[in-house]
Design a protein around this ligand. Structure first.
Ligand SMILES: Cc1cc2nc3c(=O)[nH]c(=O)nc-3n(C[C@H](O)[C@H](O)[C@H](O)COP(=O)(O)O)c2cc1C
Length: 189
């Protein structure tokens, strides 16, 4: 079951923008992050929730999408995320969050997937712009944005092929393919 959930938990970048994600849903997802592992149990992560069109549009303007898809500027109006969770590091707790935000993000995305939602971690962020929009003090590091919504795209996992390329790609029908390295390649001893 966990393998199936992880297989289905693909980065999704096109959504039914008109299908809202409620504040309660976001709270439930952040609760999964709250219950997850944290180095030295410091729990330095803090969160900003966005689920309203105007704030969503502001956040969207700070993000970059799918760098390998050179001809695709990111989701068009109508296919943009319906909600976001911004993950912050509270520098007053620690300046070294380790990999806590990755763990939190995965918990959030697995929880979202289980509910039929989809999402994408976005690390390419215009952080200064986002900081200004939310009037965030310098005591918070902006670590990751998680985009969320009802998926409007098909994503297919493949093995990395003979050419060795790890670049995701799309076919003419818009299906998104994600090559993963094989187990044989990644277990080195
Ligand atoms: C830390 C991190 C940062 C990422 N940043 C971005 C990003 O800025 N924009 C984007 O479109 N995808 C981003 N992604 C999604 C990756 O591109 C995606 O995980 C990868 O293509 C593999 O696809 P999969 O998630 O379906 O396995 C990020 C993923 C991770 C883990």
């Amino acid at each position: 079951m966990i393998e199936e959930l992880i297989r289905q938990n693909r980065s999704c970048r096109r959504f039914h923008q008109d299908q809202p994600v409620s504040r309660e849903t976001l709270l439930g997802l952040v609760n999964l992050a709250r219950l997850s592992a944290s180095a030295a149990n410091l729990q330095p992560l803090k969160y900003v929730l966005s689920f309203e069109p105007q704030l969503n549009a502001h956040i969207f303007s700070c993000l970059a999408w799918a760098g390998y898809l050179k001809d695709w500027p990111g989701p068009a109006e109508g296919e943009r995320p319906a909600a976001y969770i911004v993950i912050l590091g509270d520098r007053e707790i620690t300046t070294n969050v380790g990999c806590d935000h990755g763990i939190a993000a995965q918990s959030i995305l697995l929880g979202a997937r289980e509910q039929g939602l989809g999402g994408c971690m976005v690390g390419s962020i215009k952080k200064d712009r986002l900081r200004e929009m939310f009037d965030l003090s310098e005591s918070y590091d902006i670590l990751l944005v998680i985009a969320l919504g009802r998926p409007k795209e098909e994503v297919v996992l493949t093995d990395v092929g003979l050419d060795g390329s790890i670049k995701y790609w799309r076919d003419e029908a818009g299906v998104h393919y994600v090559p993963k390295r094989t187990l044989e390649e990644i277990i080195i001893k």
